[in-house]
Write a protein that binds this ligand. Structure first.
Ligand SMILES: C[S@@+](CC[C@H](N)C(=O)[O-])C[C@H]1O[C@@H](n2cnc3c(N)ncnc32)[C@H](O)[C@@H]1O
Length: 243
């Protein structure tokens, strides 16, 4: 404040040159400019804008649930689609995992162990039949359209070896609650072995409703066969096989 007051004073007072004051308080001026730039960068960041939209649009929170993420067999690499964030599958299968995510910041903050690659699930850069298992742990809910899901599921099918499995955990959005809130939050307390943690996955309500049947239909259309289904209130776990 003192710097600003002095600058204003020097502009109005001809006995002291404006330039002298600028030089005296150069450090403060640079600091203020840096702070302004930092604030601007925060405002422009994707993460801030997400939180801002949620704050202003309102958030519907599903009842919190416990979820034990059970281990599964995989003879080779596990491709974790949308594997950033908590990196639950990376925590479960460690170095066997190749976690791909469209967002670098989501991969940076996730667990160590898996290989991490920025990649779009709708256009995978893996060879046909090179992956043993694919997983999507609450990642499909982050894709916006049916076409995104179709592409991601058919890409998973392409890169999987025959007999490979696709494991899909997600939320049932087939009966939307009576709410004006624009966003929803799936709250979980997940357990992987001895590790337990609470988290939340939030998104804007989709235009098209999405249920277990919706994902099963898309996967079967692609050539997958449904092996098992587990249901816990509004969340489900589906396992498909590539025949
Ligand atoms: C928040 S995470 C979900 C949970 C995550 N699997 C975990 O273990 O915590 C969902 C991720 O899917 C990613 N995602 C959305 N669309 C994608 C796409 N087309 N390709 C790859 N990743 C995508 C998002 O960037 C986000 O990081």
């Amino acid at each position: 404040m003192e710097a600003i007051r002095s600058l204003v004073y020097s502009v109005c007072n001809p006995s002291r040159s404006f330039l002298d004051s600028v030089t005296d308080y150069l450090g403060w001026i640079v600091l203020i400019i840096l702070l302004l730039v930092a604030v601007l960068l925060v405002f422009r960041s994707k993460r801030f804008q997400e939180y801002w939209h949620i704050l202003t649009g309102g958030l519907f929170t599903f009842e919190p649930l416990q979820l034990e993420v059970k281990d599964f067999e995989s003879g080779g690499p596990v491709l974790d689609i949308g594997g950033g964030g908590e990196g639950v599958i990376g925590r479960l299968k460690g170095r066997q995992v190749v976690a791909i995510d469209i967002r670098l910041d989501e991969l940076v903050e996730t667990v160590d162990g898996p290989q991490k690659v920025v990649m779009d699930a709708r256009k995978l850069s893996f060879l046909d039949g090179s992956i043993s298992t694919a997983t999507a742990f609450f990642s499909m809910m982050y894709m916006k359209t049916r076409e995104d899901h179709q592409k991601a599921i058919s890409e998973a099918w392409r890169v999987l070896k025959p007999g490979g499995h696709l494991h899909l955990w997600d939320v049932d959005l087939s009966k939307l609650p009576d709410t004006k809130k624009e966003f929803y939050l799936v709250r979980l307390r997940y357990r992987v072995g001895d590790y337990e943690k609470g988290t939340g996955y939030g998104m804007r309500w989709p235009v098209e409703l999405r249920s277990e049947e919706y994902y099963t239909h898309l996967a079967e259309e692609t050539g997958f066969q449904l092996l098992t289904t587990e249901r816990n209130k509004h969340i489900f776990y589906l396992v498909f096989i590539k025949r």
